[in-house]
Design a binder for this molecule. Structure first.
Ligand code: AQP
Length: 332
């Protein structure tokens, strides 16, 4: 079986619909075809300030949501990044292979550091993509399910894998991004020209999966569209409606063409009301399942402990090979 690997940050409060449609759904699907490793990336989380107690709670919450979304510990390996120290260790080697200019070209760092101000952005935030390279290469991943915003980081991963292999001999699998075009970028409901993101300017544009279903329905009904009335997929002329059609189509398994036909001659209101119902039907059981995992921390922690053990076995083998290739003297 080919390998898949991906990671997700322990976001405060809840994952959002962009995380789910762009990434987590693909995690669930790839369990069937791949030897899949998924982790909650707490090392990445501390690239911005975190309250320790909240970070711990959010890490459990993230794992609970991944299980609620359909990850099955019998069919994939789910773990917490900091439980596998090899990530930071290979990360250092990758830091030493990356050019400063090369790292400076990462657009996500530019965007995030511009928002925070140069003095507040940490060196950790700067080297975030390089740790991500290590995350992926440790598992010899073939496929990395992510949203479009991560494409550049996967390119960097490919470059560094090839650089290391070229310099020291073949050690790492060169991975490919697994990006599902239709859902690669879910847009903000209030500003459908920007991606839905936890740092959205207004909470009204962001669907958090664990929010009250009623509040979620309201956000869908007040999504920004356009002054036209025709329901048609056109991401340039009609980004708001197109985003709603994408979400609707993915959550129900109905094609966009079928939806266009279904809503022909009907107003935007009808589409939004129906989508609000679809969303409520999706989030309600998701919230319940997440809560069930949170109510049973022993089971949750035992799933994560088993996951870490399985992950470490793979990561340790790769790290040992990398240490050897680099020329580190083995510890006796
Ligand atoms: N809007 C989105 N559409 C599709 N995929 C998305 N992802 C995030 N937003 C969208 C994908 O979700 C996965 C996990 O993301 P992350 O934990 O790395 O967090 P992020 O990308 O930093 O999430 P945000 O909300 O976008 O955070 P900020 O506001 O900090 O930029 C990734 O695979 C990502 O592609």
């Amino acid at each position: 079986r080919p390998r898949a690997l991906s990671g997700i940050q322990p976001t405060a409060g809840s994952f959002h619909l962009g995380n789910y449609l762009g990434a987590i759904r693909q995690y669930v699907a790839l369990q069937e075809t791949h030897d899949a490793f998924y982790m909650v990336v707490d090392l990445h989380a501390i690239t911005v300030p975190q309250d320790p107690a909240e970070l711990r709670a959010n890490t459990r919450l993230a794992a609970a949501q991944l299980l609620a979304a359909g990850l099955d510990p019998e069919r994939c390996t789910l773990f917490i990044q900091s439980h596998v120290p090899e990530h930071a260790q290979l990360g250092w080697i990758m830091n030493c292979l990356t050019g400063f200019g090369e790292a400076s070209r990462m657009t996500q760092f530019k965007d995030k550091s511009a928002k925070q101000g140069a003095d507040r952005a940490t060196v950790g935030l700067f080297t975030y993509p390089i740790l991500q390279v290590a995350d992926i290469l440790l598992y010899q991943a073939d496929a990395v399910p992510v949203g479009e915003d991560q494409r550049q980081h996967i390119e960097l991963t490919r470059d560094l894998a090839e650089r290391f292999n070229g310099r020291f001999g073949r050690t790492f699998t060169v991975p490919a991004p697994h990006i599902v075009k239709e859902v690669a970028k879910i847009y903000d409901l209030q500003d459908p020209t920007i991606k839905m993101s936890k740092s959205a300017s207004t909470p009204k544009g962001l669907i958090n999966l664990l929010d009250e279903p009623k509040a979620t329905a309201k956000k869908v009904r007040s999504a920004v569209t356009d002054t036209d009335t025709v329901i048609r997929f056109d991401s340039v002329e009609k980004p708001g409606i197109s985003n709603l059609l994408t979400i609707y189509s993915t959550l129900t398994g109905t094609t966009v063409t079928e939806l266009e036909q279904k809503y022909e001659g009907k107003g935007y209101g009808a589409l939004k009301t129906d989508l609000a119902d679809v969303m409520v039907e999706f989030v309600t059981p998701f919230r319940t399942r997440t809560q069930e995992y949170l109510d049973d921390p022993e089971t949750l922690d035992s799933i994560l402990a088993k996951g870490a053990e399985k992950a470490r076995a793979v990561a340790a083998e790769t790290l040992a090979a990398a240490f050897d290739r680099v020329g580190f003297l083995p510890a006796k």
